[in-house]
Write a protein that binds this ligand. Structure first.
Ligand code: 7RM
Length: 696
């Protein structure tokens, strides 16, 4: 009876839909103010609705449906696209103002089954992974059947070492089939993975392990990148010394170099070989934790962003298919590291849930030469290439022949992620790499959004891609721009704080161990809405363009960094009472940290030595890429009467825009500005001289 009713409801809905005029993006935005998401009580749509009806709709109609009837849209997508052990009873129960977000309530499923078993049933011998190893031409293919077996052996290994549902597992590994199997093995048994980018220092790793209270760590003896070996095991050793929760460290042998094994260490391949290649999948609640991923915020402490099972999987699966125009048999090439959210969503979960062949890129864009990406495209016949603007900006400096000598005819879609893509990089990517025939999707999203939220939809009817923008909200995403007084801005040609007014299944659910911080950071600034931390511009046509962060987060080579994290590291130096770090433009990295440093008034202080120690501090506390490119020693920092550092002024000085400092009336002592400008003048001269010497 219930099913019959909602079927009739569906029919009615379509009649209504077919009669209304098609609103363009400019129209859909009006009225999209900060809403409370009312808890939905409607029953899930009947099975088959997605496959028989919705998937045939145009993108425009799908978008309209997704915002007018999210229960219908997401309910049918979830019912038909995912395999459930227990069907869900309710599509969503959300209230953004209190940070309560639940999707597909009452349902049970297993993410690893959806990424592996369902495809093994249909095409066991299709390549799930192509591991593009550091040395070109040494790629390794892993079929869906093999990946399932490896995942099960790893899952059984974890189980036999006491890992149970809900336990946290740290993964500190380079991009490799075992890293993917580790993530999926956790998903299979209901453990929660937290992948830590293998470029982070031992202290950064330890901080994350401690916060998540991980029971085990999975790592490799060494990583291989750009022809060099990078020790990983020794970094883990140093980290776990201060991590009492860690009971075992599993060590995989990426290279043949011997590894010193301690009492916690278990050789991973050996342990797996004695395990069964079959492991029953744990049925998990839609809202059980799938993973934590630490990301930088505006405080010194990175936050463990929480993602859960069904909503995340559905969202990555749908975005992967629609944004990239993924089709059966495609080879999907996302060159991100699995240590970042892009690696989670578009190397692992999105592509595998769609049965794609996904590339694991272990190398760098310039190893052994600047043709590496395109030689890989030719050799692996890559259909979609998804990368970061920072790499493109680096590559376009070389001769175009590095691109043109390779066959790129397999490419169908190009994608960009992580930071704004400038016009030069956009055009080079589109016309040189894509020969002008592949749509280029500039995808905006965040660790917290789980998947792509704003991107062009090239497959949409009469929707041209405007270089470096034309970004439209994905299904279910309702962007709102907020003005300075917190009011929603309507119309085109406006710039404001980018918020999203309705929940979507892929959004983060919490910050691990600190739900209040989750609410405060994302839902308090604009009550009832998710605040992204970014600013954005909306054109007359209703397209969005991201203008950049509005908080103290910077983006170095597409890696997100809190300036406070760097300041905390610098402040540990005994001769440094105070520092302030701001973002400074860089033509390849996008942004680099610029540090203003106050030194203790000590006689005989060796400045050069202190600065060297400061660089080392940041390397050991965070990572190499976080080391400031510029250090400017100043006597004092500009502060308000309440003692807050005015970073805005420092940014202007660094950018040499000191003629335009804005309002300085709240400064405690305005003479500090002159002091800093003079110090900067001197610094500039000194840098210029050093440059000259270098060139001679
Ligand atoms: C996927 C990812 C998120 C921050 C975000 C933005 C910036 C990401 C774009 C972009 C302009 C883009 N997650 N950002 N994509 N800015 N255009 N297409 O990068 O959590 O690591 O970073 O990155 O500032 O808030 S992330």
């Amino acid at each position: 009876m219930a099913a019959a009713q909602s079927r009739r409801g569906t029919g009615l809905f379509w009649t209504r839909l077919s009669r209304c005029r098609t609103p363009g993006p400019a129209q859909t935005r009006t009225g999209a103010g900060p809403h409370r998401c009312l808890s939905s009580v409607s029953a899930p749509p009947p099975p088959g609705t997605w496959s028989s009806e919705l998937s045939r709709l145009s993108h425009r109609d799908l978008y309209r449906l997704s915002v007018t009837n999210p229960d219908q849209f997401w309910g049918s997508a979830a019912a038909d696209r995912l395999r459930w052990v227990e069907p869900f009873k309710r599509v969503r129960d959300c209230d953004l103002s209190s940070g309560k977000i639940s999707w597909f309530l009452g349902g049970k499923l297993n993410v690893s089954v959806n990424c592996l078993d369902v495809h093994v049933e249909k095409h066991p011998d299709r390549a799930a992974l192509i591991w593009e190893r550091d040395e070109p031409g040494t790629e390794v293919k892993v079929t869906y059947r093999e990946l399932l077996e490896t995942t099960c052996r790893l899952a059984n290994t974890l189980k036999s070492h006491g890992i149970q549902k809900g336990d946290r597992v740290a993964v500190y590994m380079p991009v490799s089939p075992l890293a993917v199997a580790a993530m999926l093995a956790c998903a299979r048994i209901g453990a929660v993975h937290t992948v830590v980018f293998a470029g982070f220092s031992s202290e950064a790793l330890a901080g994350r392990i401690q916060d998540a209270q991980c029971k085990v760590v999975l790592t490799c003896n060494e990583a291989v990148r750009g022809g060099r070996v990078v020790p990983l095991k020794s970094t883990v050793d140093a980290a776990v010394r201060s991590c009492p929760t860690v009971q075992h460290v599993f060590v995989s042998q990426r290279t043949e170099n011997p590894t010193e094994m301690g009492p916690l260490d278990v050789p991973l391949e050996e342990a797996m070989s004695s395990q069964s290649p079959v492991c029953p999948a744990e049925p998990l609640d839609s809202e059980d934790l799938l993973f934590l991923l630490y990301t930088s915020g505006s405080t010194g402490k990175p936050k463990g962003v929480v993602h859960t099972q069904a909503g995340y999987l559905l969202y990555t699966s749908l975005t992967h298919q629609y944004v990239f125009d993924h089709r059966d048999g495609d080879v999907f090439g996302c060159v991100a590291d699995v240590g970042w959210i892009t690696g989670h969503s578009y190397v692992v979960y999105g592509p595998l849930s769609n049965g794609a062949t996904t590339v694991l890129f272990e190398s760098t864009p310039v190893y052994p030469n600047p043709g590496r990406y395109w030689e890989t495209v030719e050799r692996l016949r890559i259909s979609q290439f998804y990368g970061a603007p920072t790499a493109l900006r680096l590559l376009l400096k070389y001769d175009d022949s590095w691109v043109k000598k390779f066959d790129r005819s397999s490419l169908r879609t190009l994608g960009s992620v992580g930071e704004p893509i400038n016009h030069e990089a956009w055009h080079w990517f589109h016309s040189v790499v894509g020969e002008g025939r592949c749509p280029l999707v500039d995808t905006w999203w965040q660790t917290e959004t789980g998947g792509i939220c704003i991107a062009p939809r090239p497959a949409e009817e009469d929707a041209p891609i405007v270089p470096a923008m034309a970004m439209r909200p994905f299904f279910g995403i309702q962007p709102v721009l907020m003005g300075e007084k917190g009011e929603p801005l309507s119309g085109g040609s406006v710039t404001g704080a980018l918020c999203i007014s309705q929940p979507w299944p892929g959004m983060a659910r919490s910050i691990y161990g600190d739900h209040q911080r989750f609410i405060d950071a994302y839902f308090k600034p604009y009550p009832g809405c998710y605040f992204t931390g970014d600013g954005a511009y909306r054109s007359e046509d209703g397209y969005y363009q991201i203008t950049g962060r509005m908080d103290d987060v910077i983006n170095v080579s597409g890696h997100r960094l809190g300036t406070a994290e760097i300041e905390d590291a610098l402040d540990e130096h005994p001769a440094v009472p105070e520092t302030a770090v701001v973002g400074f433009p860089h033509d390849i990295k996008g942004e680099v940290p610029f540090a203003f440093v106050v030194l203790k008034e000590e006689s005989g202080l060796d400045r050069a030595a202190v600065l060297k120690q400061l660089r080392e501090l940041v390397t050991t506390k965070i990572a190499k890429y976080a080391v400031p490119e510029h250090f400017l020693v100043v006597k004092r920092l500009p502060k308000t009467r309440s003692g807050k550092i005015m970073r805005r002024i420092l940014r202007s000085v660094a950018m040499e825009k000191s003629g335009d400092l804005g309002d300085t009336s709240t400064l405690d002592d305005s003479s500090v500005v002159k002091e800093i400008i003079e110090a900067h003048e001197q610094y500039r001269k000194q840098r210029a001289e050093e440059e000259k010497k270098k060139q001679q």
